[in-house]
Ligand binder design. Structure first.
Ligand SMILES: [Zn+2]
Length: 264
């Protein structure tokens, strides 16, 4: 009976403990969220320095102790560390990690969640795609993984698929057409721009490998953001505030970087 466990995982949180140790929380493919003890990881020469840092993705060999797992050895697979001095991208990453941290349980098989997270971080740190768009794509697709996919195939009320003017209903969690009796279902439904309709359909239905392969106009991005924010807030009953920091940065324009700048 081996007390060792081999798993791949990404660091969601790190906390200091003892004189030079850390307890990290990783998202692992086979066991969901795990708390792992990293002995001596804060010593500069420790072989655990890299693999116990926020956003580092590694293969871990863990030893099952009395209270929690301890890292026996690890091999770094991807660090996402090019971004460590990019405060804006790191803020987006923190927001994304907060959502995953709150929704994955310990002992849960989380292969799909892990894959989406890794893909999202990859695009966030290795492409010049708008971080706002990447975050919207992540949020909506992640909600789909958790079983909260919005209905975007046709009008959720009359099932008409060939519709010109499409509305989004938060109450009904999907598209409504502009027929009187359909809009009566939710008088607060929001009229969507054609680009938003396409983007939502793509995010819900595309294959994982194509998920991030599209761009939108500034207006569509603003609408997508407002839908994604509200949908997330209503499903999770929680306000995620990490990104508020960027609004402050923007108003004071500390570094002149416009994080909303749409990419090519
Ligand atoms: Zn309808």
């Amino acid at each position: 009976m081996s007390s060792y466990l081999k798993t791949q995982g990404i660091v969601l949180k790190e906390a200091y403990t003892g004189e030079a140790d850390k307890v990290i929380t990783i998202l692992s493919k086979d066991h969901g969220k795990m708390s792992v003890f990293a002995k001596g990881a804060r010593r500069p020469k420790s072989r655990l320095v890299a693999c116990t840092q926020f956003l580092c993705y590694s293969e871990f060999l863990l030893f099952k102790g009395k209270d929690m797992y301890t890292i026996s050895s690890c091999d770094v697979i991807e660090t996402f560390s090019k971004a460590s001095n990019d405060i804006i991208k790191l803020t987006y990453a923190s927001h994304i990690i907060d959502i995953v941290y709150d929704t994955v349980q310990e002992g849960q098989y989380a292969a799909k969640e892990l894959r989406l997270l890794l893909n999202t971080l990859y695009f966030l740190f290795n492409s010049d795609k708008s971080p706002d768009l990447i975050t919207c794509i992540f949020e909506i697709r992640y909600l789909c993984l958790l079983g909260y996919a919005p209905y975007v195939n046709s009008c959720i009320n009359c099932n008409e698929g060939n519709i010109k003017n499409i509305y989004f209903s938060f109450k009904k969690c999907g598209f409504l057409c502009n027929k009187y009796e359909c809009l009566l279902q939710d008088s607060s439904a929001i009229k969507l721009l054609p680009g938003t309709v396409k983007a939502l359909y793509h995010i819900v239905h595309s294959e994982t490998k194509n998920l991030f392969n599209f761009n939108v106009s500034k207006d569509v991005l603003e609408q997508l953001k407002s839908i994604s924010n509200r949908y997330l807030k209503e499903r999770f009953d929680k306000n995620y505030t990490s990104l508020d920091y960027l609004k402050k940065l923007k108003t004071t324009d500390l570094n002149g970087t416009d994080s909303k700048n749409p990419d090519n």
